[in-house]
Design a protein around this ligand. Structure first.
Ligand code: NDP
Length: 330
């Protein structure tokens, strides 16, 4: 018998309105940057997605280059859509992006119209869908006129390839410019995807959080667990199974004595709050409702279950926030 999603999957997740748009996103979303490439058994990818969906995580975030090799995460998710999520397309929010290197030559990265539209078509093909729900410009391109990149996003929506568009990692100034162009074109910028965590606070310093609030743009914070550092896993060395040990994007030299001391301090606060450090890190990102969704990654289904429980204790006292700041300043 095939897999059936749980009937009570919408029972506990919280859905937040994305800026001033009509789109709602789960407070916790799942990203497929790691653990969805050809180096991971399909059954694990399938279990991660099923676990997430059963917990009300209906938003799956991809990009053209997720793998390895680039593109393979979209291909794997396309298979999950066909085999596991058949008939569920209208319950899902699938996003993809273009901006980083995908193919050789001058049209395989950055922000030209030529690249964005070709890459979007490739993503749709790999995913096996007619449209994605959100399509992002993955990074600001200093050489392509911003008008061109935004016109390409507008075209992607008008041609039916995406329902909404967003931008990722653009600073506050560029976000204002991009949003103004998109507004003029009639395709609003609905979402911004920046990095954000207790130990990475650039969006506060840059003013991006205030800008997004003012413009009515939602936000989805990537690497809210600082790639796993904001969990208890590195407190007693580097576990073999961890991202750091596998020589992926988390460098072992990030996990030095000074960092561990800060993580230990944060872990103690989380313990006093009766939650895991991962749960506290996610609750912190979502505090005050300024971030629409926290975008996690996972290498095991139990991690997703653990993360979702963050919503059970999502409020902080002023004193807790101050104490967190003493350990967690950027
Ligand atoms: P996180 O900060 O959530 O780190 C995920 C890692 O943390 C997991 O792989 C796992 O590490 C560990 N982890 C997760 N939950 C737990 C838990 N409950 N207990 C213990 N450890 C846990 O995010 P990612 O770095 O994975 O990024 C998330 C997503 O953000 C990506 O998949 C992608 O969609 C997006 N992203 C976007 C970028 C952009 O430029 N727009 C750039 C980077 C990411 P381990 O593997 O060691 O077990």
């Amino acid at each position: 018998m095939g897999w059936e999603p749980r009937a009570d999957r919408y029972g506990t997740m919280k859905y937040n309105r994305c800026g001033r748009s009509g789109l709602h996103l789960p407070a916790i979303s799942l990203g497929l940057w790691h653990n969805f490439g050809d180096d991971t058994p399909h059954v694990l990818k399938q279990t991660l997605c099923r676990t997430a969906f059963d917990l009300g995580i209906n938003h799956f975030d991809l990009a053209n280059n997720y793998g390895p090799p680039p593109g393979s995460a979209e291909t794997a998710f396309g298979r999950i859509l066909r085999e596991d999520f058949r008939g569920l397309r209208d319950e899902l929010i699938i996003s993809s992006k273009a901006g980083y290197l995908m193919w050789p030559g001058p049209y395989g990265e950055w922000g030209s119209r030529k690249y964005l539209i070709a890459s979007c078509d490739q993503s749709l093909k790999r995913l096996g869908v007619d449209y994605v729900d959100i399509f992002y410009s993955h990074r600001f391109d200093p050489e392509t006129p911003l008008e061109e990149t935004m016109q390409a996003l507008d075209h992607i929506v008008r041609s039916g390839r995406a329902l909404y568009v967003g931008i990722s990692s653009y600073n506050s100034k560029r976000t204002r410019e991009a949003a103004a162009i998109l507004k003029e074109l009639g395709t609003p910028c609905v979402i911004h995807q920046p990095s954000y965590s207790m130990i990475n606070r650039w969006i506060e310093e840059d003013g991006l959080v205030d800008t997004l609030e003012e413009l009515g743009i939602g936000s989805i914070a990537f690497t809210p667990l600082a790639q796993g550092m904001l969990t208890s896993k590195y407190l007693r060395g580097i576990p073999e199974e961890s991202r750091a040990a596998q020589g992926k994007s988390l460098r072992t030299d990030f996990i030095n004595e000074a960092t561990i001391a800060r993580i230990r301090g944060l872990n103690d606060i989380a313990a006093r709050r009766g939650q895991t450090l991962a749960q506290m890190a996610l609750a912190w990102v979502l505090r005050g409702g300024r971030v629409t969704s926290a975008l996690i990654g996972a290498s095991r289904p139990e991690q997703i279950t653990d993360c979702v429980k963050a919503l059970e204790n999502a409020d902080f006292t002023e004193e807790e926030l101050r104490e967190i700041d003493t350990y967690a300043e950027d």
